[in-house]
Design a protein around this ligand. Structure first.
Ligand code: MG
Ligand code: ZN
Length: 370
């Protein structure tokens, strides 16, 4: 691995800074730290679903090439592929993609927790909360953005952010982290949803706490989406994920946590290679935090997947040079390529094979059946 990276290091000096920034905290240098195979145990107590928005196989591969130590993706034993199309669209957007995961519904692009007939579809968070599970979301977008919103809101279109935000105070969520303050406290209707959150037993935090309280937690650190890594987000995603795991694992009944590397998609839309790779590496580090937790915990299923691929991203060769990668894009939008699923922990073996994105929901619900 080091040899391969050194090779790119020489040919693509652009990544010099990136490589030197990469942390190897979650992986022993030069040695893949595989999680103990607990896949023969069929029933997890907890599930962590990590979504790399826009993360196709080339994005995952780029993360492997431009890292100076083995990737946390290499710790998974079960790999599958999902077909990502939406209802009526060959290519999905993030709203329909996330609604497939959260409700099992194939729906139209733009739908937030809604069926094709524009009826609310019950989400995994709503179902599990009723049964006493603790639930959480941690994202690098705003918390009302399409992916997280599809797990707690029911709105006919993704861009109705203020309407989506109204679901938060009375949602079944116990832990919320991401950006999006302005949709809560600087609204056209002048409602103060931060106050509503407090009235619904949330502690609202505008910095990452070092220890976690006992109330429900809403960590809201930006007006809209969180800053890019290159603009100072730091280790928000791994840190907030660690806090969420500490908080949610206090639940006797079990927990469900959705973590999103939201901006892998944004790097793809912008056709910016370094933006994409920085976000991919941050997501990789966060996967390491979750796998380390799951390894100790023993009852947690970890699933990593994507809603779709963004950018038609490829790692082609540079002209006739077999020794140089030339990362490039074929679109500023999404593509229809299948995306990978990685699973580890009790029930992981369910996730091998090729299946529809909606099957992620049905597999999770089957594994957590009473
Ligand atoms: Mg997203
Ligand atoms: Zn997108």
């Amino acid at each position: 691995m080091l040899k391969i990276v050194a090779m790119f290091f020489r040919f693509i000096p652009l990544y010099f800074v990136l490589l030197s920034l990469v942390s190897s905290s979650c992986v022993t240098s030069g040695k893949i730290n595989k999680v103990t195979d607990t896949s023969e145990i069929s029933k997890p107590k907890n599930i962590v679903l990590l979504i790399g928005d826009g993360m196709g196989l080339s994005q995952v591969s780029a993360g492997l090439y431009f890292r100076d130590s083995p990737s946390n993706f290499e710790r998974f034993n079960t790999i599958g592929l999902i077909k990502t199309s939406a209802d009526g669209f060959v290519i999905t957007d993030s709203a329909a993609g996330a609604t497939a995961f959260s409700t099992g519904e194939k729906t139209y692009n733009g739908a937030i927790g809604m069926t094709s007939e524009k009826q609310p579809a019950k989400t995994i968070i709503e179902s599990l909360s009723e049964r006493g599970f603790a639930t959480g979301i941690v994202v690098t977008s705003s918390v009302v953005h399409a992916t997280p919103a599809s797990f707690y809101a029911h709105v006919d279109h993704r861009y109705k952010y203020e309407e989506i935000a109204e679901f938060l105070p009375t949602s079944d969520l116990d832990f919320i982290a991401g950006g999006g303050l302005k949709f809560l406290n600087n609204r056209e209707d002048k409602k103060d949803l931060l106050q509503e959150l407090r009235l619904n037993e949330f502690e609202v935090l505008e910095t990452i706490p070092s220890t976690i309280g006992t109330n429900k937690q809403a960590v809201l650190l930006a007006e809209d989406g969180m800053p890019k890594i290159s603009e100072g987000r730091g280790d928000f995603l791994p840190k907030a994920t660690q806090l969420a795991l500490e908080y949610l694992s206090e639940s006797d009944k079990g927990f469900f946590l959705m973590v999103e590397g939201s901006q892998i998609d944004w790097g793809g839309h912008a056709n910016e290679v370094d933006y994409l790779i920085e976000e991919q590496l941050d997501f990789d580090k966060t996967i390491g935090v979750v796998l380390d937790f799951a390894q100790k915990n023993g009852e947690t299923l970890v699933i990593v997947t994507a809603d779709h691929e963004t950018g038609g991203f490829t790692l082609s060769m540079n002209g006739s040079d077999y020794n140089t990668l030339k990362p490039s894009f074929s679109t500023g939008g999404h593509s229809g390529t299948m995306v990978p699923v990685f699973a580890e922990g009790p029930g992981a073996s369910e996730f091998g094979g090729i299946y529809d994105n909606t099957a992620i929901y049905f597999k999770m619900m089957k594994l957590l059946r009473e």
